[in-house]
Design a protein around this ligand. Structure first.
Ligand SMILES: [Zn+2]
Length: 419
């Protein structure tokens, strides 16, 4: 890229940085047990509130910073030596991905995240894909596992701005999400994409230096303008995950083993289930309630409502269990039918480190009644934590009143449990 272009891009970045307002993602909460404030103090916005804490005339949950209405803009761009697959046109993305994205994020967020129904495709005069005429795919191979996203981004913006009326500086960092889809080779023999040098990620501007943060690793609470980079071959689930980052959700796949139980885990295949209750709490859609030894009905994630309580069993200031009921019964939800099982899932949360660690212990997925196939999965009726003197048992399921609940008994361990 020419030096002059780089200077122009930097100027836009500076412009954006000056106009930054604290985004809603900065409201994500810490899970410290000592700080389980369901309602913020008067004068302070707390998105979960059904009252008007910040005294602006709206209940807090309806405030602009909490209810996220997002406009997505899509740029399709190919390298001079890697043309896109013919079937990957605007219509393909609209039909196969975008309508599901709108539906997924609406259901998952209790209606708090609204993506505009039709995404705005920025297109060149002829056709739908831009072409980086002087750039080959490997020009962005800088030896790292993410590729030179920074240079790629600068080149794409300079190309698109020279060919259209699109201006990066005109984007609204609170509402706009910019999605850049790049071409990627496809091996017809194995029907599997050949990974190029660039990564799939959601990147956000840092306020201080205007440089794209490390993709999928950054501190999303510092978010500015949201930019998503995707390969043309990425499926719906990856798009949904990256949009998750732009609304403040963080990766859980390296901080524990949430895996198929949540969008921010990994391994869900084609269709993702909902985000876990931990993440929904962190995004201020659900509250926390602490419970002790006793017997409780736990309502499922998909039959809960905005502002409902997630139950947790507290071990100490930094450690607690989140008790979450999931059902993949199609009658309750369009998206959590992709959850792995109907079960009570126990998450061990450890907030003592810099980032929280969320771990489903071995045999921490409980069923009141096991089916034949559960014998082959790691599913049991009880889970015992002998280090912390607690035993959880799934007792029964209740499906009345449009709810799906599991009754759980939390008790002190007996010596024979821990032999
Ligand atoms: Zn991620």
């Amino acid at each position: 890229m020419h030096k002059k272009t780089l200077l122009i891009s930097t100027a836009f970045i500076v412009l954006i940085c000056f106009s930054l307002i604290i985004p809603a993602t900065s409201l994500a909460r810490s899970g410290k047990v000592g700080n389980p404030q369901p309602e913020g103090p008067l004068g302070q916005l707390t998105c979960i509130d059904k009252i008007d804490n910040d005294l602006d005339g709206n209940i807090d949950a309806d405030d602009d910073d909490c209810k996220k209405e997002l406009n997505a803009k899509v740029i399709l761009v190919e390298f001079s030596d890697k043309l896109h697959r013919q079937q990957h046109n605007k219509r393909y993305y609209e039909k196969k991905i975008i309508s599901d994205l709108v539906s997924y994020h609406k259901e998952n967020s209790f209606g708090q995240v609204i993506l505009q129904e039709s995404f705005d495709f920025i297109t060149p005069n002829h056709g739908e894909w831009f072409k980086l005429e002087n750039k080959k795919e490997d020009d962005y191979d800088d030896g790292s596992d993410k590729g030179d996203i920074q240079q790629f981004f600068a080149d794409v913006i300079s190309l698109v701005e020279s060919a259209t009326s699109f201006r990066l500086s005109a984007l609204d960092e609170k509402k706009d999400v910019l999605i850049i889809v790049y071409s990627e080779a496809w091996n017809d023999r194995t029907a599997w994409p050949i990974k190029g040098p660039l990564t799939t990620c959601a990147a956000l501007w840092y306020k201080t230096d205007g440089v794209i943060t490390k993709c999928s690793e950054g501190n999303y609470k510092e978010a500015g303008l949201s930019i998503i980079f995707l390969s043309e071959n990425n499926k719906f689930s990856t798009w949904a995950h990256e949009i998750g980052h732009t609304i403040g959700a963080f990766d859980l796949y390296e901080a524990g083993n949430v895996s198929k139980w949540g969008l921010m885990g990994k391994g869900w295949g084609k269709n993702p289930p909902h985000m876990t209750s931990y993440m929904k709490w962190s995004l201020q859609w659900l509250n926390y309630n602490s419970i002790e030894y006793g017997t409780y009905w736990i309502n499922s994630l998909v039959t809960s409502n905005f502002g409902d309580y997630v139950q947790r069993y507290v071990i100490n200031e930094d450690k607690y269990y989140v008790l979450e009921v999931r059902t993949n019964d199609i009658q309750y939800s369009d998206w959590d039918r992709y959850a792995p099982n109907d079960a009570l899932v126990l998450y061990q949360v450890d907030e003592s480190g810099e980032e929280p660690n969320i771990n489903i212990p071995s045999y921490g997925v409980l069923k009141a009644k096991k089916s034949f196939k559960d014998i082959f999965l790691k599913v049991r009726k009880s889970f015992t934590d002998c280090d912390n003197n607690v035993k959880f048992t799934a007792l029964e399921v209740d499906k009345s009143n449009n709810k799906y609940q599991i009754k759980v008994k939390i008790e002190k361990t007996e010596p024979e449990d821990c032999d």
